[in-house]
Design a protein around this ligand. Structure first.
Ligand code: GTR
Length: 327
């Protein structure tokens, strides 16, 4: 009897604490991510949530819905614009057809290195691109890393551009990437990330392109073991918030959100570097055939028509010139 009473008391106390914890969380920001739990982007947004909860005295929480629980990137972007999803961590690639300014940082070989990309995104140009999300009902909070993307396929080692002729690749949902593959002599199919594994497996496509951590965590290496380090894209990623969710916050809380997002960037960069090295080592150990010293010059030269097609307005021309001039 006594034990029962203790048990009931304990249960009541636990329930009271749980209730209190929930009640404290006045605002719960749901954040989408296509990547699995533990991936650097997912962990960085969780970290942002921890900082925010702490600094708001437990009032504002972030719930990261990873593993594409809320859908594929293109759909979650729309839902974030509508305010159905509060926050979203996405590549800038799928934004190309919505926010024109993101096209310049999605151009192949626009960045000479990840350091060059950091210089650009951490400075004035990054701020301008961030501001360009506002008219599309989104508030840009932070840019994250994504290393560099290279081609992989199930058929053969790609040692030069000529090997790409006639091959079929999946690309992210943006016209630039379709034209990029065409300029190299291949065929591209824009497709949601979640469909790539089975499409390679069933031979609908020969391969895709991505960075080491995505190639690893998606399991694509299991069905496409030839990876060529041509590093054609260094596309930054972004954490955005629905304007609707942003407007529902007080200016003080908006400042807390912005600061927590900013503070998650160095955390993300550290997680990213570690994960990139870890995934690369894992892929090598798994027997992936890597083509390392591919001559990038023909790849770079082949991109001239892509730049000509997309860099057409004065605004975009100016951005490209300033990016190229950034040390
Ligand atoms: C990853 C990126 C994702 C997604 C994916 C893709 O590198 O982090 O946000 O864009 O690539 O290829 O769809």
């Amino acid at each position: 009897m006594k034990t029962n009473k203790t048990l009931i008391a304990t249960l009541l106390l636990t329930a009271a604490f749980a209730g209190q914890a929930l009640a404290e969380c006045e605002v719960n920001l749901r954040s989408a991510d296509t990547h699995p739990d533990g991936y650097p982007t997912v962990e960085a947004v969780k970290k942002m949530g921890e900082l925010l909860k702490e600094r708001s005295g437990g009032r504002i929480c972030v719930e990261v819905l990873h593993s594409a629980q809320l859908g594929e990137e293109k759909d979650t972007i729309e839902q974030t614009q509508f305010g159905v999803i509060d926050m979203n961590r996405v590549s800038l690639g799928p934004f190309n057809n919505i926010v024109e300014e993101t096209q310049v940082v999605s151009l192949p070989y626009i960045f000479r290195s990840v350091e060059h990309m950091h210089q650009v995104m951490d400075g004035e140009i990054g701020q301008e691109i961030m501001a360009a999300f506002q008219p599309h009902d989104l508030v840009g909070l932070a840019f994250y890393d994504s290393g560099s993307r290279s081609f992989y396929n199930s058929q053969k080692p790609i040692t030069s551009m000529a090997d790409i002729t006639g091959m079929k690749f999946r690309v992210m949902q943006s016209d630039i990437f379709v034209d990029m593959v065409a300029a190299l002599g291949g065929n591209a199919t824009p497709m949601p990330y979640g469909e790539v594994y089975s499409s390679i497996q069933t031979g609908v496509i020969d391969g895709a392109e991505n960075n080491w951590p995505s190639y690893d965590s998606s399991g694509h290496f299991e069905v496409a073991k030839y990876y060529t380090l041509d590093e054609h894209l260094i596309v930054p990623e972004i954490l955005v918030m629905a304007k609707k969710s942003w407007d529902a916050l007080t200016p003080e809380d908006q400042a807390l959100v912005a600061q927590a997002a900013k503070d998650s960037v160095p955390v993300m960069r550290e997680l990213w570097s570690a994960r990139e090295a870890e995934s690369e080592a894992k892929m090598r150990a798994a027997g992936v055939e890597i083509v390392e010293n591919v001559d990038k010059t023909p790849f770079i030269e082949a991109m001239v028509p892509v730049y000509e097609k997309y860099v057409t307005t004065d605004k975009l021309k100016d951005l490209v010139t300033r990016i190229q001039a950034t040390e």
